[in-house]
Write a protein that binds this ligand. Structure first.
Ligand SMILES: [Zn+2]
Length: 438
C-alpha cells in the first residue's frame, strides 16, 4: 500500500466561502477549548485527558452549543484527533529529553484546514482516465456545506481515504489522501548509479560532472516580498487597505512556494528517470541552519567600585559572530530545500523501481576522488587540485565522485529510526551492508 495526496483547487461561491470560514473558526474554537480542558485537568487534578474522553463529550457539546450541529461530526472528531497528535508528539519529545514547546492555542491564521476522515464528501462527475481532456470542472459535495466547484487536472488512481479542505490566503484546496495498491515492482530501464552533491553555488552536482543550476527562488522575489512587508506595516490595523496588503503578501509567498515545488518535482523526476540508483550524503540541515551563538566581549573586571562611570562600560559589547553572513547562507539553504528534494527523489524512485541511498557525509569535499588523499580547503575554494595525483576538477564534482565511491566501497548508511519508523526506500535485495565510517 502506498499513500498519496491529490490536491485540487476549489472555487467556492461567496456564500460557500463564508460557510467554509465559519466552519474553520468553529473547529479552531473546539481545538482551543479542548486544549484548555486538557491543560486545566492536568494542572489542577493531575489527570490526563485522552482523545476518547473528549470525543465522548462531543454529543453534549452539540446539545449546549447548537452551532456545532451544523458541522459534520467526523470533522469534529478529527479536530480532537489533531490535538491528541500534538499532545503525543509533545510528550514523546519530552521523554526523549528534548525541550519542545507546549501545543499552542491556534489563531484564525494558524488554523487553516479541516478534514473529513471517512465520509461526508462525494466527488460528482470526477475526471476519469478515460476522459481525454486534461482538465474537468466537477463538484465536490461536502456534508453540511454544499456542492463546491472543483477543477480536476488529473484523475485519481486508487481509493480515497480522507478529504481535507485547506484555506491558503485567498484560495481554497481539497486534498485527498489516496491509497494505492502496489501490484508489482517495476524494473528500472537503466542500471546506472550516480553520486549527487547538493550545494549553494549549483543546486546539485552529479558525479558525471553535470551541474543543476540553483534557481534561488526566494532570492529572486526577496525585494518584492520586502516591499510588500513594508507596505503592510504602513497600513492601519483593521483597515481594508491593510487586508488588501496582507493578501498581496500571501500571494507572493504562495508563488515562491509553488515555484520551488515545481522546480523540485521536475528536477527529481528527471534524475529518477535517468538513473536507477541515486546516492546522496546524509544531510544535517538543522545544524546547517542553526543560528550562530552570540559572541560577547570579555569585560575586564574593574577593581574600582565607582558607580557612575561603570554603567556604560558594564554593558557587554557584542562582537561580530558572522550572524549576517550565516543568515544569508541560511536563507539560501532554506531556499534550497534539499531535504524535501531527497524525499521527492526517494518517493519517485520507489515507484519507478529505482532507489535512493545515503552515505556518511564526512569530508566528501576534502578528500581527493582520484587518490583518496585529504586536500583541506574552506568553502570559498571552488576548485579541487590534488598535488599527489594531479587531479584537477570542480570542487562539487569531486564531492559527488566521493559520494559515489563511498557507496560503492562501503554501501549505504543504515536507515535511521527516530521516534516513528522512517519509510523504507527502494528495493531491499540490492542493498549492501554498511561497514563503519571512512
Ligand atoms: Zn589526488
Amino acid at each position: 500500500m502506498r499513500v498519496k495526496a491529490y490536491v485540487y483547487r476549489l472555487y467556492p461561491t461567496r456564500k460557500q466561502e463564508s460557510t467554509l470560514l465559519w466552519t474553520l473558526r468553529r473547529c479552531k474554537e473546539l481545538y482551543n477549548a479542548s486544549l484548555e480542558e486538557r491543560t486545566a485537568a492536568y494542572k489542577m487534578a493531575d489527570v490526563s485527558v485522552s482523545y476518547g474522553m473528549q470525543a465522548d463529550q462531543l454529543p453534549q457539546v452539540k446539545q449546549e452549543r447548537l452551532e456545532y450541529q451544523e458541522i459534520h461530526s467526523q470533522v469534529q472528531q478529527d479536530v480532537l484527533r489533531r490535538l491528541d497528535k500534538a499532545m503525543r508528539a509533545f510528550f514523546r519529545r519530552v521523554a526523549e529529553g528534548q525541550t519542545p514547546g507546549y501545543p499552542r492555542y491556534k489563531s484564525n491564521t494558524r488554523y487553516r484546514s479541516f478534514t473529513y476522515p471517512q465520509s461526508g464528501y462525494t466527488i460528482i462527475g470526477a475526471l476519469t482516465p478515460h476522459d481525454n481532456k486534461g482538465k474537468k470542472t466537477c463538484r465536490l459535495k461536502l456534508s453540511k456545506i454544499g456542492h463546491l466547484k472543483m477543477v480536476m487536472h488529473r484523475p485519481i488512481k486508487g481509493s480515497i481515504k480522507a478529504c481535507t479542505i485547506k484555506h491558503d490566503g485567498d484560495q481554497w484546496y481539497a486534498v485527498f489522501s489516496v491509497e494505492q495498491a502496489i501490484h508489482s515492482t517495476p524494473v528500472h530501464p537503466s542500471s546506472k548509479t550516480v553520486g549527487v552533491d547538493v550545494g549553494i553555488t549549483s543546486y546539485a552536482t552529479l558525479s558525471t560532472g553535470e551541474q543543476i543550476a540553483n534557481p534561488r527562488i526566494y532570492r529572486s522575489t526577496e525585494q518584492q516580498i520586502k516591499e510588500a512587508h513594508r507596505k503592510l506595516s504602513r497600513r492601519k490595523r483593521g483597515s481594508h487597505r491593510r487586508n488588501r496588503a496582507k493578501r498581496a503578501l500571501t500571494r507572493l509567498y504562495r508563488k515562491v512556494r509553488h515555484r520551488r515545488q515545481d522546480f523540485l518535482h521536475q528536477t527529481s523526476r528527471r534524475l529518477v528517470n535517468q538513473y536507477e540508483t541515486l546516492v546522496f550524503e546524509a544531510l544535517q540541515i538543522p545544524n546547517m541552519t542553526a543560528r550562530p551563538k552570540p559572541k560577547k566581549e570579555e569585560i575586564p573586571i574593574t577593581t574600582e567600585g565607582s558607580e557612575g562611570s561603570t554603567t556604560a562600560a558594564a554593558v557587554p559589547h557584542y562582537l561580530p559572530n558572522g550572524a549576517a553572513a550565516k543568515s544569508g547562507l541560511n536563507k539560501s539553504i532554506m531556499d534550497a530545500a534539499w531535504g524535501r528534494f531527497i524525499t521527492l527523489c526517494a518517493c519517485k524512485a520507489e515507484e519507478a523501481g529505482g532507489m535512493v541511498m545515503k552515505v556518511a557525509p564526512q569530508q566528501t569535499s576534502q578528500v581527493c576522488s582520484g587518490c583518496g588523499v585529504l586536500v583541506p580547503k574552506d568553502l570559498s575554494v571552488r576548485w579541487h587540485s590534488c598535488s599527489t595525483c594531479g587531479a584537477e576538477l570542480d570542487r562539487d564534482e569531486n564531492a559527488a565522485l566521493n559520494v559515489l565511491r563511498r557507496y560503492e566501497l562501503q554501501g549505504a548508511l543504515p536507515v535511521r529510526k527516530k521516534g516513528k519508523p522512517t519509510r523504507k526506500v527502494g528495493r531491499g535485495g540490492k542493498r549492501p551492508t554498511a561497514t563503519g565510517a571512512l
